[in-house]
Write a protein that binds this ligand. Structure first.
Ligand code: PLP
Length: 396
């Protein structure tokens, strides 16, 4: 079989159609109902193994903190917890609480969150976790809370815009996040004056980094290495997330080996520990969204396919303009016969998953698979139109 562009190592096709980590998805969807997010634990473990290998190749000590905002389905978090050496990157006190409930220790949880309130800070201090902070305001307020940890990280604005498809909504440089590089030393001095020690320099460069982002990333990492040498209390550089997967045939995501080479170039000769916070790379390929076709209607020369999920169940197309590969679950490799518009069931004109999408002939009652859908799908779902119900299953 020649593999289509959206193929991953967790997928297979048998007589029952598309399977994820060996489990046929049609039967799973019929058993649990649609919309269904199916996630494969073996794929999660393979992705973590790949990242471990990429980090080991740098020759530096390293740490992986899974960014649970990507997918906080409890059985998935338990799978990651069972690995033993993987921590959590949390974005809110509630995420920390869930991580602790699942069994992560406070010293395995690192928080990188913006615009924290005093109430947030009091909760995070009580939770005993490490924070990466990014404003003078939050540093002052954190230092005033009794019982806070002494060591903090500083989040750096990457100051370059890199992201999937050059999409500004997914780039973090010059955005609301992070201390500007030329202000880091002043902010570190403020932290010191407040009795805090800056042990980590943090950056999150952007979502869905393409391989063409390598030069920009090299510059960001080189700047971090130089700032770390100017700040002797820094022991860890945390390079955030950003590795991703193909959402279009033309996508060329930055590969772990290339990322590892960039890290080695910048930090290989330092005494720094390298931490990272992958979300998409770990969770995206492990998840498939399955929806049922309820409407096939030819209107104005176009074939509209209506499905039983909307942009509230998966925001990618409506919110970011990011497509998914969409294939019939029972015939995922069948040759396309028509181009269709695929619409969700929310009362908004932008609730359209795909336009001009090539598909084999589709009937009402068929199941469609959206891939890759394991990251920022279920975790970003809302209850718009009271249609927030979907099933989630972990394939063990
Ligand atoms: C601070 C931080 N770390 C890590 C991540 C995870 O990023 P990704 O899903 O691109 O791996 C994000 C995503 O928004 C983030 O904001």
């Amino acid at each position: 079989m020649s593999e289509p562009w959206w193929w991953t190592d967790g997928l297979s096709v048998g007589p029952a159609g598309l399977a994820l980590d060996g489990t046929p998805l049609e039967a799973l969807a019929r058993a649990h109902g649609t919309p269904l997010y199916a996630t494969g634990a073996p794929t999660i473990r393979r992705r973590l193994a790949e990242l471990r290998q990429a980090l080991a190749a740098t020759g530096r000590p390293s740490a992986i903190h899974y960014a649970m905002k990507a997918n906080r389905f409890r059985p998935l978090l338990e799978t990651i917890r069972a690995e033993g050496d993987i921590g959590i990157d949390a974005a809110s006190p509630a995420e920390v609480a869930l991580a602790l409930e699942v069994g992560f220790r406070p010293d395995q949880v690192s928080v990188t969150a913006g615009m924290l309130s005093d109430r947030d800070l009091r909760t995070l201090v009580a939770q005993g976790v490490h924070l990466n902070l990014d404003t003078r305001s939050v540093i002052r307020r954190y230092a005033a809370i009794p019982g806070h940890r002494r060591a903090i990280g500083l989040r750096l604005d990457p100051a370059v815009a890199t992201s999937w498809g050059g999409e500004a909504r997914l780039a973090y440089g010059n955005s609301k996040f992070g201390v500007l590089p030329n202000e880091i030393e002043d902010v570190a001095a403020l932290a010191k004056a407040m009795g805090l020690t800056v042990d980590t320099l943090h950056v999150h460069p952007g979502w869905g980094l393409p391989d063409s982002a390598a030069p920009a990333l090299a510059a960001v990492f080189a700047r971090m290495a130089s700032l770390a040498s100017a700040l002797p209390s820094v022991r860890t550089v945390d390079v955030g997330g950003g590795l991703g997967w193909r959402h279009r045939e033309a996508d060329r995501p930055l590969q772990p080996a290339a990322w590892s080479a960039l890290l080695t170039e910048a930090f290989g000769d330092t005494a720094l520990r390298i931490a990272c916070e992958p979300g998409t790379f770990v969770a995206a390929p492990a998840g498939v969204l399955i929806v049922e076709v309820n409407t096939v209607e030819v209107r104005g020369g176009k074939t509209w396919i209506g499905v039983d999920a909307g942009h509230n169940v998966n925001v990618y197309a409506a919110h970011y303009g990011i497509p998914h590969a969409i294939v019939p679950v029972d015939r995922p490799l069948a040759e396309p016969e028509i181009e269709v518009e695929i619409a969700g069931n929310i009362n908004e004109a932008n609730d359209v998953f795909a336009r001009g999408c090539p598909l084999p002939a589709v009937r009402e009652g068929d199941l469609l698979a959206f891939l890759p859908a394991g990251a920022y799908g279920a975790s970003m779902a809302s209850n718009h139109c009271l249609r927030g119900t979907f099933a989630e299953v972990l394939i063990r």
